[in-house]
Design a protein around this ligand. Structure first.
Ligand code: FAD
Length: 429
């Protein structure tokens, strides 16, 4: 049974730290410490109070700010999870889940540890797929923090040692565009002596247009920004092979480069394949309105690992705003199900895109047809606020603030932000 919005608000429960733990209903295990997994664990605690043990498994106790990894100083772009999880009494388990036995309700980690659960939330996110072409492993990426740091170290060397560098970015989608338009300022930060303006930056895609999946409405704004940054476009270009210093195309031509960066989209990370059930073209597990896996007991999937109807007939995208909200709902429902309470339906309400355009500001679009809403410095103010505040856990890091922010009601979460700073789209919170 699913509750409507009013019923949901009425029965929202809060943790009472003084209540005894004698009435434990069981254990909720969350796999993945990204936006979906973190918020799933906190939301589960808000609903379960002291009546559940909650554990989060992830390789490292940090929340990586993946949407910011095109920016400078990638080593600063993560948040330590241990103090936050301790505030809400969630146990962190360091490790990588490799096997799921749904009938024994057991997850096995790569080091052999086994963990049982009563309810499981799979929030193992996504990874950039590397296309099967020779030399693909030599390309840099900014898919996770470690990769982004490795690329930044290379960029620093290039800025200091190469007079007229070339940087080739393969993939002219969301991430490729943001990186290409940030590169001159990043080179300049490493060396202010003019190398940034002399650099040749080439953005490559097999598609005939830039930002193919962003649709046609925002394209003129993106193309203007690319032109203003003197970024060269190589479209309709099929890459045949890569090397550390080269991109070779199927038509026999090639580009010599000081660094090649691959930005080839995202697919569900491998663990999602352990969950039986239907999958989409991105390897995501298809879940029902409660974010539960149909016909598999007690397993919820959220964030980039799952595909859900957003409540308005669209499928979730592999995006931060969908991961944060679906994580909260999956955690809430895992706890509700455990406690015998009715579950709630996942809805996203609105969809907003915030694309950084470097020195040209940023592009904010509204709706699934991506109507241009804000551009230039007005857009940049929103993007900055989202990247530096909205996607972060509350700065105070207290249990009360975390539990409040785990609220699945977008409007309630948006109210906690000082909207006088900028016009923040509530659905981006
Ligand atoms: C460069 C870049 C720019 C982006 N820009 C934007 C943007 O502007 N706006 C936007 O909305 N989205 C953006 N995204 C997408 C956004 O970052 C993702 O949609 C979001 O991070 C998904 O959150 P998640 O929690 O589902 O997964 P992730 O953030 O991928 O987190 C998954 C977590 O699970 C862990 N994990 C994986 N496998 C296992 C396992 N087997 N066992 C244990 N733990 C595991 C991982 O280590 C990680 O901690 C961007 C992504 C990138 C890479």
């Amino acid at each position: 049974m699913l509750l409507d919005r009013n019923q949901r608000e009425m029965i929202m429960t809060h943790r009472d730290p003084t209540s005894p733990r004698a009435d434990h209903a069981g254990k909720i295990l969350v796999i993945g410490g990204g936006f979906a997994g973190f918020w799933a664990a906190v939301a589960a605690r808000r609903v379960a109070g002291n009546r559940a043990e909650i554990c989060l498994i992830s390789p490292k106790p940090v929340l990586e700010m993946r949407p910011r990894l095109y920016e400078p100083k990638p080593e600063t772009l993560s948040v330590p999870l241990l103090p936050l999880l301790a505030e809400v009494d969630v146990t962190f388990i360091s490790g990588k889940a490799t096997d799921l036995d749904a009938s024994a309700k057991t997850v096995t980690l790569s080091d052999g540890q086994r963990h049982t659960y009563d309810r499981l939330v799979v929030a193992t996110g996504s990874q950039m797929p590397r296309p099967p072409i020779p030399g693909v492993e030599t390309a840099y990426s900014i898919d996770d923090q470690a990769d982004a740091i490795a690329f930044d170290q290379r960029l620093e060397k290039i800025a200091q040692q190469v007079a007229e560098p070339t940087i080739a970015i393969v993939g002219a989608g969301f991430t490729g565009i943001e990186l290409a338009l940030e590169l001159r300022d990043r080179l300049k930060a490493h060396n202010p002596d003019g190398v940034a303006e002399r650099a040749r930056i080439v953005l490559i895609d097999r598609a005939e247009v830039v930002g193919q999946h962003l649709g046609s409405a925002p394209r003129p704004v993106i193309e203007d920004a690319i032109s203003a940054h003197n970024v060269e476009l190589r479209l309709g270009a099929v890459v045949q092979s890569l090397a550390e210093d080269r991109v070779v195309f199927r038509d026999g031509s090639s580009i010599t480069a000081d660094a090649v960066v691959l930005t080839s989209g995202m697919r569900a990370a491998p663990f999602a394949a352990q969950v039986s059930g239907e999958r989409d073209h991105l390897g995501r597990t298809i879940v029902d309105a409660a974010l539960k896996v149909p016909d598999v007991p007690d397993i919820f999937v959220a964030g980039d690992a799952g595909a859900a109807d957003t409540g308005d007939g669209h499928w979730t995208l592999q995006s931060c705003q969908h991961a944060g909200q679906s994580g909260r709902v999956a955690g809430e429902n895992a706890a509700r199900d455990l406690l015998g309470l009715p579950m709630v339906a996942y809805t996203q309400l609105r969809y907003v895109t915030c694309l950084d355009l470097g020195r040209s500001g940023a592009l904010i679009t509204q709706g699934w047809d991506r109507r241009v809403d804000k551009t230039g410095s007005e857009g940049k103010a929103v993007k900055r606020l989202i990247n530096t505040q909205v996607i972060y856990p509350p700065a105070t890091g207290t249990a009360d603030a975390l539990l409040l922010s785990s609220n699945i009601d977008l409007a309630a979460r948006a109210r906690k932000i000082d909207e006088s700073k900028a016009d923040i789209p509530a659905s981006a919170v």
